[in-house]
Design a protein around this ligand. Structure first.
Ligand code: 4FV
Length: 247
């Protein structure tokens, strides 16, 4: 998979994308990540990438020319499948696990990191295939959003997560929140790990974990239950919980 991140702060991207799991995924050649410096696509001595908005208004706007030239250069490099061109913006489609799984099936992603007030509208109209938001708040730039997406997508690629962490049995991919996790010691300052986890009875452990995930989801994110894949056993457990906690 090829991921290019267009930014005026390539070192910010490199600093994160060369660490730990992301860094190893790149070394293993599972994902090919490049931080593309937008200033390399400017032609003036000040390497200008932004300008004042037409007819005034606060802040600065990212200019068309460097972004168009950057995206066209990156697109022409790789014949074949058109890349998904993502613009990080609070106005975008909310990023979530299903979108991470969708993007992880692509072969080529280009992410545009805005700064200042945002980008010239013609970039959105002509180049961008997906406007993506990581949340309802305003960042100083799109870099952190691009790194969130890079992380959530890369860890889904085959061979990235070793068995120490599996992308299968965790929050959201099962549609539910995660069950409580424990590790040694079994007793810490009198705080005992639930007996069932020490029982070695894997069927009982599976049932306990599923019940905990359902309970936590019911308490914290009941909205997730609507789109979670629930079994008959799950529905019975949820009914008991709702009866237990009352309306
Ligand atoms: C953002 C978000 C975000 C807005 C103007 C960058 C900033 C500046 N991106 N999810 N929330 N972007 O706040 O994705 O250009």
């Amino acid at each position: 998979m090829r991921i290019e991140i267009i930014t005026t702060l390539p070192q910010m991207i490199e600093a994160v994308a060369s660490e730990s799991i992301l860094g190893r995924a790149r070394q293993k050649g599972i994902v090919d990540v490049e931080a593309v410096n937008l200033r390399d696509f400017t032609h003036d001595k000040h390497k200008t990438t932004d300008d004042a908005p037409f007819v005034g208004g606060p802040g600065m706007v990212m200019k068309c020319e460097p972004v168009f030239e950057a995206v066209e250069a990156l697109t022409s490099r790789r014949a074949g499948q058109k890349p998904r061109v993502l613009l990080m913006t609070p106005q975008g489609r909310r990023f979530d696990q299903p979108m991470a799984e969708e993007l992880a099936r692509e072969s080529h992603l280009i992410m545009i990191c805005g700064r200042y007030e945002g980008v010239d509208e013609r970039i959105r109209e002509q180049l961008v295939t997906d406007e993506v938001s990581i949340g309802d708040y305003v960042l100083t730039g799109g870099e952190l959003a691009a790194l969130v997406i890079l992380d959530a997508v890369t860890r889904l690629l085959p061979g990235v997560l070793g068995d120490e962490t599996s992308a299968v049995s965790e929050s959201f991919s099962s549609g539910l929140l995660e069950y409580p996790q424990y590790t040694r010691p079994a007793n810490y300052r009198g705080m005992q790990v639930p007996e069932v986890l020490l029982s070695g009875n894997h069927e009982e452990i599976r049932k306990w974990r599923r019940a905990q995930a359902l309970k936590r989801t019911l308490q914290r994110r009941p909205d997730l239950l609507e789109r979670a894949h629930l079994t008959e056993e799950d529905r019975r457990l949820l009914l008991d919980m709702q009866k237990a906690t009352g309306p």
